[in-house]
Design a protein around this ligand. Structure first.
Ligand SMILES: *[C@@H]1O[C@H](CO)[C@@H](O)[C@H](O)[C@H]1NC(C)=O
Length: 106
């Protein structure tokens, strides 16, 4: 089995035994807290101005996967809510994929 070396970020040591899910649950809030001030500056209706961009396409799965309360990220919270009113985002939401049971798709 391949091993991942230990790294230290912000004084926290991530060891070889850290599972990918633990790593993600640690990284996602960091990622969103880095993006919040950027999107606060660039956002109009969407992440960058009033046109849907690649940033918007990335935001929805990030928020979905983060599985955290986005109240601490007001811009991201607003963008998530705005984007999920757009049909293309509703239809392609991670919980609405072809193999997702119908009762899970909202
Ligand atoms: C994102 O927005 C949708 C639609 O308003 C909402 O149901 C969902 O809870 C929001 N996600 C988060 C993490 O707040």
């Amino acid at each position: 089995m391949q091993q991942v070396p230990a790294v230290q970020i912000d004084g926290i040591t991530l060891s070889q035994s850290l599972s990918p899910m633990m790593l993600l649950s640690w990284l996602m809030p960091l990622c969103l807290s880095a993006l919040e001030p950027i999107w606060k500056e660039t956002a109009g209706k969407y992440c960058v101005g009033d046109e849907i961009s690649m940033a918007d396409i990335c935001l929805i799965p990030q928020v979905y996967n983060a599985e955290l309360d986005v109240d601490q990220f007001p811009t991201i919270k607003r963008l998530n809510q705005t984007l999920l009113k757009v049909d293309a985002f509703k239809e392609s939401h991670p919980s609405c994929q072809l193999d997702t049971p119908a009762e899970i798709c909202t």
